[in-house]
Ligand binder design. Structure first.
Ligand code: COA
Length: 153
């Protein structure tokens, strides 16, 4: 008789941030990003960019988020992107980025990333971003950043 296999349905959705997501988002940020952000800071970003704050939810759990701002209709600035470390390399960061770009069809998309963050640099390169310049003393600990951008048309 064939061995019975358990079938677990894995459901992943990208949706707008909701207030109830706050603690989970802050927890992912705290283990993923070197900069430390308060809960109020996330609420502030939500207030100024309610449509640009997306989360990835898997089986009812928030497993990643992206926050972006549109300084003008032509441009989109990604402020934060992080995926729970237990859920990386499963396409969640890519899904968040793709959904964001569908919702905000900008000509130029840009972001800053720590120059030593090779994983994130590889991730963005895979998505067509290129390093444009180095910005000295960008972070609160005075570390430099790379400005990365993708220009679409
Ligand atoms: C960067 C980050 C968001 C990527 O999320 P993710 O869900 O793991 O990314 P994906 O699974 O969609 O990866 C897509 C592609 O990016 C590249 N990539 C992602 N992580 C990588 C790594 N650790 N090393 C090398 N390439 C990597 C690969 O090409 C990957 O495709 P593959 O898995 O088929 O090889 C995640 O690593 C993260 O949260 N890092 C910490 C926070 C951070 O640095 N944020 C960015 C600050 S600007």
């Amino acid at each position: 008789m064939p061995k019975e296999r358990s079938r677990v349905q894995i459901h992943m959705a990208i949706r707008k941030f909701r207030y109830e997501d706050l603690e989970e988002v802050a927890e992912i940020a705290s283990h993923s990003l070197q900069e430390k952000y308060t809960l109020d800071f996330f609420l502030y970003l939500w207030q100024i960019s309610p449509d640009g704050f997306l989360v990835a939810e898997k089986n009812g759990k928030v497993v990643g988020f992206i926050i972006a701002l549109q300084p003008c209709s032509e441009e989109l600035r990604i402020l934060m992107l992080a995926v729970d470390k237990n859920f990386r390399r499963q396409g969640i960061g890519s899904s968040l980025l793709k959904e964001l770009l569908l919702r905000f069809p900008a000509r130029r998309i840009y972001l800053e990333v720590r120059t030593g963050n090779r994983e994130a640099i590889k991730f963005y390169e895979k998505h067509g971003f290129r390093i444009k310049e180095k910005i000295e003393n960008f972070y609160t600990d005075d570390s430099p950043a790379f400005l990365m951008e993708k220009v679409l048309f």
